[in-house]
Design a protein around this ligand. Structure first.
Ligand code: DSN
Length: 412
């Protein structure tokens, strides 16, 4: 079964994408390179199996083996995150958030989450997302001067809004999130605390970022960012919430689970339990710090002045560019980033004033502080002279040299 490649239309494109990933430096903060074993688990006949329901209580026969793999996955999720319970079926982070909100409150209830413009997420109340359509979202943001969350301000807002759910977590916030403070505020206003730890799940698993699990009623995540698993979602919670969560994931938000992806999540969680995953988490943060310091030394402004986690927001307006221009200039030298709004941005989202960059993927490739210093230099060179052909040719040559020295799959 393995190695069948008859459809050349498709495989040609798959090969191009694999080659692109090997050739480019991947700095998109929400991406990573999974292990070959995670990829192998996804490419199995488990994709054929319908398994609506949960292990031991399915709506289909023949589930004896997929029951076992889902049990392994749930047990590993509980072990990795120190949670009482886990649901490993969500197809994505947004579907995990759908199920969590359905469990924690009713349509029309008030929810307080982080503003998308300040680093939140679409599923935290964007008016066109299910969250903004079905719930009354209000948002907190970062302070204008410090560009940091101010928990006193969050408390004031929570008292004003009186939400049923207080939602913590972000997709573009580079500092440690104080889950204990969020929990205290939630308690004061009688709200449930929900944490979306999609970006930092791998850092939490590695023990290099405080865990929300002891504080939150329900914690959601994606499995493909710092956690380095297959594309998907997951929920961890206490025994008190699992009945509702199991029912809001299936049949609430989804039908049949993707058993091949659950097998791959189990493999990734097994990897996260290995001692070298802690080392990986530490290296991701160290690399991000060195990269941000290198950029700052080259007069590039980093939102909030630096990073505590795997990502940073680079304010490219300090170089007379917008985010889209910077993304394109870096793409031309095989450095992949994404344009991103910075707090209090005056630009529209498709231009933005920043690019978001993260170190999860390049750390997986084995790059370290020496490469971060070179990388920071290349980014600065390109942003200083985005139209200079000679700079572009030199940087592209050096990027190629480094990506060849750090293969993702080909030499492993
Ligand atoms: N879109 C993802 C990100 O890039 O952060 C979050 O789901």
């Amino acid at each position: 079964m393995t190695g069948v490649r008859r459809d050349s239309d498709v495989w040609k494109v798959v090969d191009l994408e694999c080659e692109r990933q090997e050739r480019q430096i991947e700095l998109i903060a929400s991406e990573n390179h999974t292990s070959a074993e995670v990829i192998a688990a996804m490419g199995t006949a488990l994709t054929n199996k319908y398994a609506e329901g949960y292990p031991g209580r399915r709506y289909y026969g023949g589930c004896e083996h997929v029951d076992t793999v889902e049990d392994i996955c749930r047990d590993r999720a509980k072990q990795v995150f120190g949670s009482e319970r886990a649901n490993v079926q969500p197809h994505s982070g947004t579907q995990a958030n759908t199920a969590a909100l359905m469990a924690l409150c009713e349509p029309g209830d008030r929810v307080l989450g982080m503003s998308l413009d300040h680093g939140g997420h679409l599923s935290h109340g964007h008016p066109k997302n299910f969250s903004g359509v079905f719930y009354k979202f209000s948002s907190y943001g970062v302070e204008k001067e410090s560009e940091l969350l101010d928990m006193d301000r969050v408390r004031e807002l929570a008292k004003e809004v009186q939400p049923k759910v207080l939602l913590a977590g972000a997709s573009a916030y580079s500092r440690v999130i104080d889950f204990a403070a969020f929990a205290e505020i939630a308690k004061e206003v009688g709200a449930h605390l929900m944490v979306d730890m999609a970006h930092i799940a791998g850092l939490v698993a590695a023990g290099v970022h405080p865990s929300p699990v002891p504080y939150a009623a329900v914690s959601t995540m994606t499995t493909h960012k710092t956690l380095r698993g297959p594309r998907g979602g997951m929920i961890v919670c206490g025994a008190d919430w699992i009945k509702q969560i199991n029912s809001t994931v299936f049949p609430g938000a989804q039908g049949g689970p993707l058993m091949h992806v659950i097998a791959a999540k189990a493999v990734a969680l097994g990897e996260a339990l290995q001692p070298n995953f802690k080392e990986y988490g530490r290296a991701v943060i160290e690399n991000a710090k060195v990269l941000s310091e290198t950029l700052i030394e080259r007069d590039i402004r980093i939102v909030s002045g630096g990073t505590d986690n795997h990502l940073m927001l680079v304010d490219v307006s300090s170089k007379g560019l917008n985010g889209a221009e910077a993304e394109n200039a870096l793409h031309a030298v095989d450095i992949t980033t994404n344009k991103n709004l910075i707090p209090y941005d005056q630009q529209p989202p498709m231009k933005a004033s920043g690019v978001r960059i993260g170190t999860a993927a390049i750390t997986t490739r084995g790059m370290g502080v020496e490469e971060m210093r070179r990388l920071g230099g290349w980014i600065a060179d390109v942003l200083d002279a985005p139209d200079d052909e000679s700079v572009r040719a030199r940087v592209l040559g050096e990027v190629t040299e480094v990506t060849r020295a750090f293969p993702i799959y080909s030499a492993k």
